[in-house]
Design a protein around this ligand. Structure first.
Ligand SMILES: Nc1ncnc2c1ncn2[C@@H]1O[C@H](COP(=O)(O)OP(=O)(O)O)[C@@H](O)[C@H]1O
Ligand SMILES: [Mg+2]
Length: 623
């Protein structure tokens, strides 16, 4: 016991060094949050409030208290043991030995039960928090998800959750145990010798002040090293993400040079850091042993004078560890607690984000009403002053297909987003089948709409599941029928696993056209009364576009549809074309009447025809 603790005293300098390192990295860990509004309630109270089974936490805390008491009792028993041995008292010696063994076993059991109770408390609470978190994420508003980086949502759901685990499992019991151990140790020290305690107390501030002074100069350098390492990571990440561009533009050498520079800089800061740490380590190892040596010397004097027993002195030195160690530990613990509670706060921030509304009705489809009608709709994105949609008016009858064309950034996609009910903050009125969009339930509304957009997103699931996402209850034959209509069946069957092929395993080997056909199959199977195509073919080459256009034409029959088109040749047959620029309709009519007007549409059409004659299909054409 004594030996172990004396070793603890000797290795105290190592612990100091550990504290130094933790302080160094502390700052970099706490940063990286977002500028979202702070959650009002204090994270600690909230966390304790959210986690169920508080009796487990209380048991864990109680066990920590007992544990701390036993630890200090051990320290005192050492005195009795040594004094008995020195005086040759067999009776007390063996009695204390037995008690010590008993306490040792008790301590082992306590550790086991504390791990179980706090582990149970933590995992239980985390499971609940995780469930709340993922439910929130699923029903967050479109706007929130757009504004929070997906990596941020992920890291809050993983890293921050782990920090919370650390808090309830490790930090809370230690925060109880450390100061309590120190307090109990102090009481026993005073009991053993108040003179020696006073003497040691003069030395302890020296130790603590010394250790804080030693830590200080490490912080800034360590931060610098972290920053440099961060730069290297960015270069590497950029390279991986932009591998195609880097290769195509021969940027490898440039990136490598950049990388080398950052590596060199970080190595030199790292060397500087190592040097300082070395010097400080040597210094602090000598420094931290001084109080122990001097106390030992003064205590030795008291023993010689007969004012203290040898057992008391050895127990004293031993217990001194239990006083200094928790005290130096506290700054690290408080740092950890702050960091972990900041994590809890970051999780709560997400949980406090507004959810999409869940009210509203499912109205029957009334084909005598306009399917979609915008009346004086104006809209600007949240947090943005510029109106993106200005006093927009249009209406679409049942079975009609209309097209929106116009310069990019004109507001076409925004119209579809408003129609999907992603934003609630527009002015004016949007009616769907004669009912205000705001009185529709979002679920029912979205069931009426099938969206195919330019950036097709497919899930890392099988092809079958991806198509089935359009209609969860669809069976195999329905999935296959949809794929056939979307001209996707043949290429799907060319894979070994056919419809069971996992898109995750295929990686990026599907072509844009193939992905688009799968997403069209997903829209076909949904069989919604309104079809929204937002530049569904603009990312494709002419050949795929021709195939998909053919597919879309069959799909569009007898459906009400809004087609946002990039190539005017694809919308010649729609009932009505709206030319949208800067959030307003500047021209409208059929292809023929618009050409007759000889306005914006005509100019655009002529420009595109010339380009197509010149076989420059893939040119991005703007007004
Ligand atoms: N989430 C957003 N937040 C703020 N502004 C946006 C957002 N999405 C689009 N915008 C802006 O709204 C305008 C219209 O965009 P959009 O409807 O996508 O145009 P289009 O589809 O016609 O190319 C653009 O100026 C664009 O920058
Ligand atoms: Mg768009």
């Amino acid at each position: 016991m004594f030996y172990r603790n004396f070793i603890m005293g000797l290795t105290h300098c190592d612990r100091l060094r550990l504290t130094v390192e933790m302080h160094g990295t502390y700052q970099s860990q706490i940063t990286g949050g977002s500028d979202m509004t702070q959650t009002q309630e204090k994270p600690f109270r909230r966390l304790i409030g959210v986690f169920p089974k508080k009796y487990l936490l209380l048991t864990g805390v109680f066990i920590s208290i007992v544990y701390a008491t036993i630890t200090v009792t051990f320290g005192y028993l050492l005195k009795v043991l040594i004094d008995a041995a020195a005086e040759g008292d067999r009776g007390p010696f063996f009695l204390v030995l037995q008690v010590s063994i008993g306490l040792l076993i008790a301590n082992a059991l306590l550790i086991y039960f504390r791990t179980r109770t706090l582990g149970g408390y933590t995992e239980n609470g985390l499971a609940l928090l995780r469930a709340q978190y993922s439910e929130r994420i699923t029903y967050l508003t479109f706007d929130t998800v757009q504004n929070i980086h997906s990596g941020e949502l992920l890291s809050r759901g993983t890293n921050d959750m782990n920090r919370i685990r650390n808090f309830t499992f490790n930090v809370i019991p230690k925060l109880i145990e450390a100061p309590l151990t120190a307090l109990l140790a102090l009481l026993v020290l005073l009991y053993l010798s108040w003179q020696l305690t006073l003497f040691a107390f003069v030395m302890i501030p020296v130790l603590i002040i010394g250790s804080t002074l030693l830590i200080k100069p490490i912080g800034p350098i360590s931060k610098k090293v972290q920053e440099k390492l961060g730069h290297i990571n960015t270069v590497v990440t950029d390279f991986i993400k932009g591998v195609e561009v880097s290769k195509a533009y021969n940027l490898e050498t440039r990136l490598e040079d950049k990388n080398t520079r950052f590596v060199e800089e970080s190595v030199s800061s790292g060397k500087q850091l190592a040097l300082r740490r070395g010097v400080l380590g040597a210094f602090s190892s000598g420094f931290s042993i001084i109080p122990f040596i001097t106390t030992f010397v003064f205590g030795g004097y008291l023993v010689i004078e007969g004012r203290m027993t040898l057992g008391s002195l050895l127990a004293f030195i031993n217990l001194l560890n239990f006083l200094t160690w928790p005290l130096t530990q506290m700054s690290t613990l408080i740092g950890d607690a702050k960091r972990d509670l900041a994590s809890a706060n970051r999780v709560f921030e997400i949980i406090d984000q507004p959810l999409e509304r869940s009210d509203g009705d499912d109205f029957p489809i009334d084909t005598t009403q306009p399917v979609v009608a915008f009346k004086d709709v104006s809209f600007s994105y949240p947090g943005d002053q510029n109106p993106v949609i200005k006093q927009l008016n249009f209406s679409i009858k049942h079975g009609e297909s209309v097209a929106f064309v116009g310069p990019s950034g004109g507001g076409k996609s925004t119209v579809t987003k408003l129609l999907m009910g992603y934003y609630d903050t527009y002015e004016g009125a949007i009616n769907v089948f004669g009912h205000d969009l705001r009185s529709w339930s979002l679920k029912a509304l979205r069931e009426k709409l099938a969206l195919v957009s330019q950036d097709t997103f497919l899930f890392p699931e099988s092809i079958h599941e991806n198509i089935q996402n359009g209609l969860v209850e669809a069976d195999e034959s329905m999935v296959m029928a949809a794929a056939k209509k979307a001209n996707a069946h043949d290429f799907i069957m060319a894979f070994n696993d056919g419809y069971q092929t996992s898109l995750n395993e295929l990686g990026n080997s599907l072509s844009g056209g193939q992905k688009q056909r799968l997403s069209i199959a997903r829209a076909i199977i949904k069989n919604a009364p309104i079809l929204l195509l937002d530049e569904a073919t603009s990312a494709l080459d002419t050949e795929s576009e021709a195939i998909i256009q053919e597919t879309l034409d069959t799909l569009l029959k007898d459906k009400t549809s809004i087609i946002i088109a990039h190539r005017l040749s694809t919308i010649k047959n729609v009932h009505k074309i709206f030319v949208i620029a800067s959030g307003a309709i500047v021209e409208s009519g059929t292809h023929d009447t618009l050409l007759a007007q000889n306005g914006v549409y005509t100019r655009l059409y002529l420009k595109q025809s010339q380009l197509e004659e010149g076989d420059a299909h893939d040119e991005i054409i703007d007004f």
